[in-house]
Write a protein that binds this ligand. Structure first.
Ligand SMILES: [Zn+2]
Length: 336
């Protein structure tokens, strides 16, 4: 790994978050809930090196003899799931619907091979290398959840209740959120990609949708009464931060519906929303291709495409944006 060390911070009683030091694809937040007898991870880092780093940091925070016995995975994207291999004895918990997503995504070994074998001069090959080349899955085995559920699941970690709720299709078809009432905290997974003026984030990449469900999940997180919201990516938010993110999602939804009604194809609709530059502070604007396409699929009643077809379109638009940035003077700083 070439990124700097992640930052582990205490955010409430016996609750810690592991925040990667930069934004970008695959750098997800993870949680550690500690107690005198057992501990729980909420999500895992993307590759064994990062997961080992989080594991070492977690063990330094735990009393002697206490280990991480359970891992709750907010959804089955590899950047939240694949690090569970560093805890071979832990019980991995996910929604039943997450199993389907595991079969839709490449396995770690397939992704490793894809990176190694793709043509670096093609838009997709270049994009994958630029954004995923920092990870190493050469020795990563697929992770199979031990416990799956739909609806509500309540655990205890020491004296702390952990309330887990599966969501209707949102970021993926199998998301859940974790509410820790004692800590007044919610881990939302990738229902939220956060950004603050001090720590700008990236545009979300929503695979499933519709956006109405993602907005509904944000509202459900607020309805717990929690004060601390840990998104899948980006800085920890307060209640106002979640409300602001709902505003972002509502804007993208409104634009996608208007462009769909005007007969604009999905890819062109995404290009138009990107060109509006409503959130110039956010990185990876090409990810709007995924979110707009997901919304269009709900409006059209069409099927989820293959992951490589979807990423191919993202890579194409990223290349267009990079070419535009070199052609004309741009008001905002160029992204690499
Ligand atoms: Zn993620």
């Amino acid at each position: 790994m070439t990124i700097n060390r992640a930052n582990v911070s205490a955010i409430a009683e016996d609750l810690y978050v592991w925040l990667p030091p930069k934004r970008g694809w695959g750098l997800a937040n993870c949680g550690l809930l500690a107690s005198e007898t057992t501990a729980l991870w909420i999500d895992t880092p993307y590759d064994p090196s990062l997961a080992g780093e989080f594991l070492a940091a977690s063990r330094r925070l735990l009393p002697t003899g206490v280990d991480i016995d359970r891992v709750v995975v907010t959804h089955a994207n590899g950047d939240h799931l694949w690090g569970a291999g560093v805890l071979p004895d832990a019980e991995v918990i996910a929604t039943r619907e997450a199993l389907e997503h595991i079969h839709w995504e490449p396995t770690p070994q397939q992704q490793h091979a894809l990176l190694a074998n793709s043509d670096p001069d093609s838009p997709l090959g270049g994009y994958l290398r630029e954004h995923f080349g920092r990870f190493d899955w050469s020795t990563t085995e697929p992770v199979h959840p031990d416990t799956v559920f739909t609806g509500e699941l309540e655990l205890k970690v020491g004296r702390y209740p952990v309330q887990i709720t599966s969501l209707p299709a949102a970021h993926t078809g199998g998301d859940l959120m974790v509410h820790l009432p004692h800590q007044r905290a919610v881990f939302t997974g990738d229902v939220i990609f956060s950004s603050t003026p001090e720590q700008p984030g990236d545009h979300p990449s929503h695979w499933a949708g519709p956006l109405e469900n993602i907005i509904g999940a944000c509202e459900q997180a607020l309805a717990t009464g929690a004060e601390i919201f840990v998104p899948g990516h980006g800085p920890v938010l307060d209640r106002d931060g979640v409300r602001e993110h709902i505003g972002y999602l509502a804007y993208v939804r409104e634009r996608a519906h208007a462009l769909h009604a005007a007969g604009i194809p999905a890819l062109d609709a995404a290009r138009r929303v990107i060109a509006e530059q409503r959130h110039p502070e956010l990185g990876l604007p090409e990810r709007l291709v995924l979110t707009v396409a997901a919304e269009y699929r709900h409006l059209d009643g069409s099927e989820l495409p293959g992951v490589l077809d979807a990423m191919g379109q993202v890579a194409l638009v990223a290349r267009e944006l990079a070419e535009d940035a070199t052609r004309i003077p741009h008001p905002r700083s160029g992204r690499n």
